[in-house]
Design a protein around this ligand. Structure first.
Ligand code: UDP
Length: 243
């Protein structure tokens, strides 16, 4: 239950870039980013160490551009740059609220962000800074879901909180099918075998091999990040076994 104490000490929160578009279909909605930053600030004040991985889907997705004929590696690089844009937007919003942050980019661009160095990331976390991992893994053909899994292993996070626009993982798309059933819990294997849309299979496999739990939850409802961080049973838990 929520007694205001975080259940986890070190957390990775993965947020799709789409959330940043707010009511728009594309780009960055300032009001939405500001509200999101406010929630992050409140969660940080609970006393946990928090690292964020922000996607880039509100600006550019490599796979889509590649379908339209663009070279996949180049298109993915554009996607990774989109995540840097989002990360800088969030950093600005957080710092305006007095939250100390560091953006660490997997693509080196020293004028705008620190390069990603694992030991530096853990040091920032220990010092209580919110760390934002930008530039994905730095490699094409990956996603920011895989980035979240990889970084979670690297910095020793206890859980990945995967923010989505629906309540959790369903057996069918809840936006299209009224009768879609939400799962309370799933195992990694169930997610892979049923091809459920949680995270891509590379990300899930990495979590499975390292037994890192994932909680999929709805970020559109105000206060939900805090709820999940304090251990309220919301969303869907993906793990090796029972809750
Ligand atoms: N991307 C990549 N390598 C990575 C992470 C991301 O090439 O390690 C590219 C890829 O083109 C992807 C885009 O960046 O489509 C944006 O990331 P993602 O699709 O994961 O964003 P989200 O859906 O979470 O907004």
């Amino acid at each position: 239950m929520d007694n205001g104490t975080p259940k986890y000490k070190r957390i990775i929160l993965k947020v799709t870039g789409e959330v940043f578009a707010g009511p728009q279909q594309f780009g960055i909605d300032g009001k939405t980013v500001k509200a999101f930053a406010q929630e992050i600030k409140e969660v940080k004040e609970l006393g946990c160490e928090l690292a964020l991985v922000i996607g880039g889907g509100n600006i550019f997705r490599g796979a889509l551009a590649s379908e339209m004929g663009m070279d996949r590696a180049s298109a993915d690089t554009m996607g990774m740059l989109a995540t840097v844009i989002n990360s800088l937007a969030l950093q600005d919003a957080l710092e305006k609220l007095g939250v100390s942050t560091r953006v660490l980019s997997a693509l080196e661009m020293r004028q705008v962000a620190e390069p990603y160095i694992r030991r530096r990331a853990t040091r920032h976390l220990e010092k209580g800074r919110v760390v934002i991992f930008a530039g994905g893994t730095g490699n094409p053909y990956f996603t920011t879901d895989t980035t979240a899994s990889l970084r979670a292993m690297e910095v020793g996070a206890e859980v990945i909180l995967k923010a989505t626009k629906v309540e959790g993982v369903y057996d069918a798309d809840p936006v299209k099918y009224e009768g879609a059933k939400k799962f309370e819990e799933l195992t990694y294997i169930e997610v892979l075998n049923r091809e459920l849309k949680v995270m891509d299979s590379t990300a899930i496999s990495l979590c499975m091999d390292n037994r890192l739990p994932i909680i999929v939850f709805n970020i559109m409802e105000k206060g939900n990040i805090k709820r999940v961080v304090t251990g309220e049973s919301i969303g869907t838990l993906v793990s090796g076994g029972k809750r």
